[in-house]
Design a protein around this ligand. Structure first.
Ligand code: NDP
Length: 314
């Protein structure tokens, strides 16, 4: 059996197109949704993420502001900045890029963001909204996973869904969203007993672990939909040989690019056993920024009491 590839880039493109239309409508009504991205320090990966978020805003016609502060910024100053952004009418979404430098109390900063502008969906109020099924702002990667399933015609209602990973930003919120979509949900973690057997019960298997190719063929029920959230970079020939059964193409990539990206799911096994799967790269990754944009538009609507198109991931 050859599994269907769930193409995240294609799904992202159609979401962006729909968002473009919604933004044009809002602009006709005199509203330009705005996002402020706060970057503290010089983490190169964070710089790339923030740049690409701001660029995506621009391409959609959203107002965006990039606020870059030095690595030695104090918690107090950051709280002052967040307070200022909370008050500014033209800012609908505030994104504080993580990780923050070690001297900053990240939790205090994230909790200072007004829940109405919390486009990452990390504020306890939004977590409460998510759990109780109220309209709110939903974390971006989990919302993107639901969009992939829904837009690929994968039935969630009544399905057995198993999630490996219980983090606050992926595992727990995706479990809640699957539950709201009427799946029967099991959350697994590092203490789960006989994990492969639990995973094999899944019609929908979500891997959010952070360990390259951890999920092998023995975890996958034939025909299951497998969503691979992991992003792991392999940089040595030894790692590539350990992970790939037929490593030739990956070794070539390692030589030409210096690294090979793999998810938390063994890429050859999933092709063979699953019914459908998200590849890495090109699966879940592309949806995350699209859902951030969707949340910014949603925040602009909610703040003004304009009926929402639909809450992301619901
Ligand atoms: P965390 O490190 O916060 O959580 C990992 C989870 O995996 C934990 O719940 C942990 O269990 C579980 N786990 C670790 N080892 C095992 C094991 N041996 N058996 C079973 N469970 C295990 O990771 P995140 O949720 O933040 O991210 C997961 C992956 O997704 C990472 O690769 C990350 O890079 C990627 N990611 C991708 C995004 C995207 O846009 N595509 C966005 C966000 C993350 P326990 O709680 O017991 O320790």
């Amino acid at each position: 059996m050859t599994a269907r590839i769930l193409n995240g880039a294609k799904i992202r493109d159609s979401i962006m197109e729909e968002l473009g239309e919604q933004i044009r409508d809002l602009k006709t009504a005199g509203i330009t949704p705005g996002l402020a991205a706060v970057l503290v320090g010089e983490n190169p990966a964070s710089q790339i993420y923030v740049r690409s978020k701001v660029k995506t805003c621009e391409s959609l016609g959203l107002h965006s502001e990039k606020i870059e502060w030095p690595a030695d910024t104090s918690t107090e100053r950051l709280l002052g900045l967040v307070d200022d952004l909370n008050r500014r009418a033209e800012i609908d979404g505030i994104l504080v890029q993580l990780p923050l430098p070690p001297q900053v109390d990240s939790k205090a900063v994230l909790e200072a963001v007004s829940p109405a502008k919390d486009v990452d969906g990390f504020h306890p109020v939004n977590i409460g909204n998510l759990v109780s099924g109220r309209l709110g702002l939903v974390p971006c990667t989990p919302a993107g996973i639901i969009e992939i399933l829904r837009r690929s015609g994968i039935t969630m209602q009544g399905a057995r869904a198993v999630i490996i990973g219980r983090s606050d930003i992926v595992g727990k919120p995706v479990a809640m969203l699957l539950l709201h979509n009427h799946a029967t949900v099991t959350i697994c973690h590092s203490r789960t007993r006989d994990l492969p057997a639990v995973a094999r019960e899944a019609d929908i298997l979500v891997a959010a672990i952070g360990k390259p190719a951890f999920v092998t063929g023995e975890f996958i029920k034939p025909g299951a939909a497998v969503i691979d959230v992991g992003i792991n970079r392999l940089t040595t020939e030894e790692e590539v040989r350990r992970i790939f059964h037929a490593p030739a193409a990956a070794l070539e990539k390692l030589q030409s690019k210096g690294s090979v990206l793999v998810g938390d799911v063994q890429p050859e096994d999933v092709q063979e056993k699953a019914g459908a799967y998200t590849p890495v790269p090109g699966g879940v990754g592309p949806l995350t920024i699209a859902m951030l944009m969707a949340n910014t538009v949603q925040a602009a609507r909610l703040r003004r009491g304009i009926p929402s198109a639909k809450s992301a991931g619901r």
